[in-house]
Design a protein around this ligand. Structure first.
Ligand code: SF4
Ligand code: SF4
Length: 382
């Protein structure tokens, strides 16, 4: 039987293995849709055995190429996504038959227009105020339009039955992942936040969801068993940190490393592709489009206004995960998350939970300065 460390190691390889897998699936005649955002409804896109691939946008390498077309002071995620596309260095982009974008932040909207000149692109028009009753109908309409657009571009038919099947699969994935990341509630947590993040990130690149769910469950069981027998690999005095803010990725893993090399442990991630995208399930009993609209409109993204869901989630996690300190990671030029730091700080103050915000990009130039600031923050936590 594999140890939990071996299983985590296998998950870490998922992105690289996914490159080969997506090529093989393409060779077998499967269609591929590339997505960029947590608002893309996998349940509709993955119908008809379509492979839904998360497109790369988390490394520094393609940024110089992107800066030839985009302003240098755009956010690194935006530039990296665009750079990967124009240099065709993201295999997932290369094999995509169609791309899905959303009207989230202004920079992304404009960048999607450019990508639309290179590949068939559907930009979902999102409501901006998720509390309005009309937003529900607006988003639901968008889901129907998206379905039609995908059917037309890929020359397929998407049935409600297929979407229902996918709702169940995705819910099962969410449940399995939730059980996994909720291990962070244990005291001390059984594994480092860096390992937890590797697994959460990996799931974006695994096409075979049934197999992924099986392996996540196996991993969770194996970690629990090991914890019972041998305790934790994390010292009990490590300060429990919640990370929130702009999406995390390969290049910003430096923040997690700095925290965990300086007396902290990340026990909860609120960012996209973590609790934000996983915590809530889609109602399996309702009409599929109603249920999807209801679920996706809960996405606690700073591009929405007001974004009370995010504040409520942070409030809830501070107590559930017994958080010692909150780290708000904002990418340079990410104005939505940057402006929201004020509200996040206030919520933390109300909870008497120390708060720190940091701005960073995908380079390693600021590692020294970040280490000084983050280690000082952790040192002053009770
Ligand atoms: S943070 Fe918002 S805009 Fe960015 S990927 Fe997540 S849902 Fe999309
Ligand atoms: S990180 Fe912020 S600025 Fe960059 S694409 Fe996402 S929401 Fe937009």
């Amino acid at each position: 039987m594999k140890s939990y460390k071996e299983i985590i190691e296998e998950f870490s390889e998922a992105r690289r293995n996914g490159f080969v897998e997506v090529k093989e699936l393409k060779d077998q005649g499967k269609k591929v849709i590339g997505v960029y955002c947590g608002f893309a409804p996998w349940e509709i896109l993955a119908s008809n055995d379509v492979v839904v691939a998360w497109l790369c946008g988390m490394s520094e390498e393609p940024i110089p190429a992107a800066e030839k077309d985009l302003p240098r002071n755009s956010c690194p995620l935006l530039k990296s996504s665009y750079g990967f596309a124009i240099t065709e260095s993201c295999p997932y982009y290369y094999f995509s038959d169609m791309l899905i974008g959303e009207t989230t932040c202004d920079g992304k909207k404009k960048m999607y227009e450019y990508l639309g000149q290179m590949k068939p692109m559907y930009i979902m028009s999102l409501p901006q105020n998720l509390r309005r009753e009309s937003s529900f109908d607006y988003y639901k309409d968008e889901l129907y339009l998206l379905k039609e657009a995908v059917e037309k571009v890929l020359d397929i038919e998407i049935s409600e039955e297929d979407i229902r099947k996918n709702i169940i699969i995705r819910n099962n994935e969410r449940k399995a992942l939730r059980e996994f990341y909720e291990l962070g509630k244990l005291f001390p947590p059984p594994i480092w936040g860096f390992s937890m993040r590797k697994v959460l990130e990996a799931t974006k690149y695994i096409a075979d969801k049934e197999n992924e769910i099986k392996n996540i469950k196996l991993l969770t069981e194996s970690i629990k068993e090991n914890y019972k027998l041998y305790g934790s690999e994390v010292p009990s005095e490590a300060k429990r940190i919640l990370i929130t803010g702009s999406p995390l990725g390969e290049a910003t893993e430096k923040i997690i490393k700095i925290i965990e090399e300086n007396g902290g442990v990340v026990v909860c991630y609120e960012n996209c592709s973590s609790t934000k995208s996983i915590d809530d399930l889609v109602d399996e009993k309702k009409n599929a489009f109603d249920a999807l609209a209801e679920r996706y409109l809960k996405t606690a993204c700073a591009c929405m206004s007001p974004n009370d869901n995010r504040l409520n989630m942070i409030n809830h996690y501070i107590s559930k995960y017994k958080i010692d300190g909150v780290m708000d990671m904002v990418l340079y030029s990410c104005h939505t998350y940057n402006c929201e730091t004020y509200r996040v700080k206030n919520i933390c103050n109300k909870n008497n939970t120390p708060y720190m915000s940091i701005e960073t990009d995908y380079s390693s130039k600021d590692i020294g300065q970040l280490t000084t600031r983050i280690s000082a923050f952790i040192e002053m936590l009770d």
